[in-house]
Every structure is written in structure tokens, then in C-alpha cells.
Design a protein around this ligand. Sequence first.
Ligand SMILES: Nc1ncnc2c1ncn2[C@@H]1O[C@H](COP(=O)(O)OP(=O)(O)O)[C@@H](O)[C@H]1O
Ligand SMILES: [Mg+2]
Length: 386
Amino acid sequence: MTAAGPILPGATLGVVGGGQLGRMFALDARRMGYRVVVLDPDPESPTGQVANDRIVAPYADAGAVRELVERCDVVTYEFENVNADAVATAEGAGHVRPGSGVLRIAQNRLLEKGALVENGFPVPEYVEVDTIADMVRGVEKIGTPAVLKTATSGYDGKGQVVLRSAVDLREAHASLRGQSEALILEAFVPFELEISVIAARGPDGDVACFPPSENQHVNGILDVSIVPARIPDEVRAAAVNMASEIADALDVIGLVAVEMFVTEDGELLVNEIAPRPHNSGHYTQDACATSQFEQLVRAICGLPLGSTSLLSPVVMVNLLGDVWSAAGGAPDWEAALGVRGAVLHLYGKSEARIGRKMAHINVTAPDVETALSRALEARERAAGRG
Ligand SMILES: Nc1ncnc2c1ncn2[C@@H]1O[C@H](COP(=O)(O)OP(=O)(O)O)[C@@H](O)[C@H]1O
Ligand SMILES: [Mg+2]
């Protein structure tokens, strides 16, 4: 791209990581007339199936990341655990957006909370933990219940244990030590509900936030997102404001998803951030003027950000591999799609394992309670239980 102008349709966009987020990014980018190249070790990855071209290599392969950057007008990534050093090196050869700065922060819960605190954003009380002695001191300071997490490479609730009492302390420490260089002990937040806001920010500093979604997790994995979130309007406004300020403070070019806890008295605490599209933003595909994936294309290309207005109440349900095993094979799509307003997004993964994200269904309806009951019904029908 020239220093001044946007990266226009016809240009080539790169994505590191070939999962469902990359796939949906690629589908929207191609709809808009871009070419897409994906870097993933699996040539038939969900993104590989829909991209124009593939670089088949491990994510950590610095040479491959550099090749991607050289071949593309701009490169993004669809998960945080790409090699930040490789990204930092490749940045010299072209555009990587969001940049390696925010990537490094998002990769490490200690750096992440440190950066948030430094910029004045509220987070749950936490301490860094290395030895068992740190753990004892940490529990004395924070109390129980508490959550012990690996500082790096946790996702979908993996790499964390809830400590109900000080008695579990040694066991918890032993179970996670070795999985990560550092551990973090956080106060367990007795939240009313969890929400997230996805902010988009362009190279000129323009920011647009999608409406907060209310997120319900099962076994640490997102299960359902409900929009509009059932929170007071002041809390909604505060959440959007906070996500927008975080995008600015961390100088994001692209998307940043901000997960937050809402406490009983309507206070917000930031749980974690992700500088990429987010599962809780899938509802935008069928209920917003612009999807989160198109917004990512616009943001990294320096195009005007799209409207984030919500066109309808909506509920997204995730379909894990569990639905396949309940159905005894392929889910009953015919039954699921018979539910009014249901839209299927299937990721093209060949193997359905328990706990693996395989698909999601968005259901729009005149009100959120109807959308919720229809979305749950669609999933039950898919599982052969409807
Ligand atoms: N400090 C906490 N207090 C209460 N619940 C928590 C806390 N940390 C995590 N959780 C629960 O576990 C889920 C997953 O944790 P999170 O830190 O978001 O990691 P992941 O990277 O796996 O999404 C959260 O969405 C929330 O439901
Ligand atoms: Mg999370």
C-alpha cells in the first residue's frame, strides 16, 4: 500500500491461522473482492478450503510468516498464539495488523493485566505465581475462591483451575506448573453476567464498537451469545466506552474483543482481550449492518469502518463436536434449519471431537427471549433431540 491510500479490493490479504475465524474472514474478504492467502500447516484447514492460496507451514515458521507478509498487502492473524517474534520480524517487510505490540500483550495474561492496569482499566485482583510459596502468599492476599491460570497459551477454559478453598492450593499449583512459564492467580469474580464488546480501529484512529453481547460459557467454552445483552443502558454505554478506550490505548489496527465481567452492582471488570475476531461476535454476521469479519477487512485496509448498528435481536449458539456424537454422526440440519430465523455457519472440519467448535447457528427474532428459545431449539434439533 502507498503510505497514504487504503488497500482496495483486488489486493491480497494474508491470514496466519486456518481455523474458523480465518475462514469467515476469508469468505467476507473474497465477497468484497480481495484475494486471500492463508498460512496453516494443514492445506485443507477451514480457511484453506476457501482461500485463494495457501502457505503450508507451521505458525512458528518465521520464514513462512515473512513470505506471507511479502506476498500480501496486509496480514492479520486469527488466533493469539502465533509466534510474536516472527510477526515482529516480518513487520519490517510489510503490514501486519494488529501489530506485534498488542499481540504480545494478549499472549500473556500477566502482560495483559499489567497493560490494562497501567492504562487505568479495572481488572480482577491478581498476583503472579511461580513457586508454591508465591501461591500461599497469593491465596492469603486474594482469598478463595480464586482462579489459577497459566499466563500463556490458555483458551476455551484450558489451562485454568478454580480454587474453592486454600486446601486445593498445592494440587492446583502442581496441575498447571510446567504448562506455562508463569502462572497468575486471580480473585474469582462472582459476576452477574459476562459480556464482550468488539471494537474496530482503523489506521487513522477511527473506532467503531459492536453492541455488547451477553455470553454464557459451559466448561469454560462459549455456549451462547445474547444480543442485546440484558444489562442496563448505562452499563452498555460504559462497556462500549471502555472497549473503545482499550483499542486506543493499545493502538490496535484491526479488531480487539474485550471480555468483561458485570458485577451485581453494575461494575465492569476486564477479564481478557483478544486482538482478532471473536466467537462472541459471530452474531454480527446475521444481525448487524456489517459483520465483524468485514469490519476487520475494512480496518486493516484503511477503509471507512462499517455501521455497527444492530438490525435485530439475535442469539448465537455454538455447536461443538458433542452435537455430532449426540446425533450419532452428521447433525440433523434439515430439522435445525426448520427453525424460524436460523442461519447455519459450518466450519468444514473433517473430524468432530467432543469440545471442538464445529459450527454456530445465529437466530434473529423480534425479541431476545424468542431468539434464545429458537436458537436452543435449533441446536437440540441438530443433535437429534428436537
Ligand atoms: N477471575 C474469574 N472469576 C470468575 N470466572 C472466571 C474468572 N476467570 C475466568 N472465569 C470464567 O472462565 C471463562 C474462561 O476464562 P478466560 O480467562 O476468559 O480464558 P479463556 O482464554 O479460556 O477464554 C470466563 O469466560 C469465565 O466464565
Ligand atoms: Mg475468554
